[in-house]
Write a protein that binds this ligand. Structure first.
Ligand code: ADP
Length: 153
């Protein structure tokens, strides 16, 4: 008998879960994408956040539901507002890595009060990060439910 408490064992188990094993497919758009098209993409891909990328899938920003709502207020033509003017921009994007624990990613979601994190891979060209996945509050909730029920949902 190890003498560890239930929560210590649970914590150890949690720390072993890795971002690479739980990430989902990222939904992306470009800075030139219109606010109108970004809203359509959110509905079609059934996500609440789009990652904004340039050539090679390099992360340039993040656009959330509320960013799009904000830019939709007033009478502007949504087909003519590019996502680039309303998105949150690098280097102010909180992201995570494939080899990071899911627990650390979850802590970033809470501490930064955001709904999702891009999973990124560092490129040779130093400050370039390629988007390879997504961790969202749904990802974390699913793991929580699966651990509780002992089966995949
Ligand atoms: P919403 O705004 O729809 O509630 P979020 O809480 O995820 O969705 O986003 C809050 C703000 O933080 C938005 O302005 C969004 O652009 C920004 N944001 C979202 N995700 C990230 C992230 N991973 N890193 C930095 N900023 C983010």
């Amino acid at each position: 008998y190890s003498g560890k408490t239930g929560s210590q064992l649970l914590g150890e188990h949690f720390r072993k879960l890795m971002v690479r094993d739980y990430k989902s497919v990222p939904a992306v758009c470009q800075e030139e994408t219109s606010v109108y098209d970004a809203i359509c993409t959110m509905f079609l891909e059934d996500v609440g956040t789009l990652f904004v990328v340039k050539e090679g899938g390099i992360l340039t920003g993040v656009i959330s539901r509320k960013d799009l709502l904000k830019s939709s207020m007033g009478s502007q033509d949504l087909q003519n507002i590019p996502v680039g003017v309303v998105m949150s921009r690098m280097p102010n994007i909180v992201s995570c890595h494939l080899d990071e624990s899911l627990l650390d990613a979850a802590a970033k979601l809470i501490r930064n009060q955001v709904d999702s994190l891009p999973v990124v891979k560092e490129r040779e060209e130093s400050d370039h990060f390629e988007v390879v996945g997504r961790i969202s509050k749904t990802t974390i909730t699913r793991v929580f439910v699966e651990m509780g029920l002992g089966k995949s949902v």
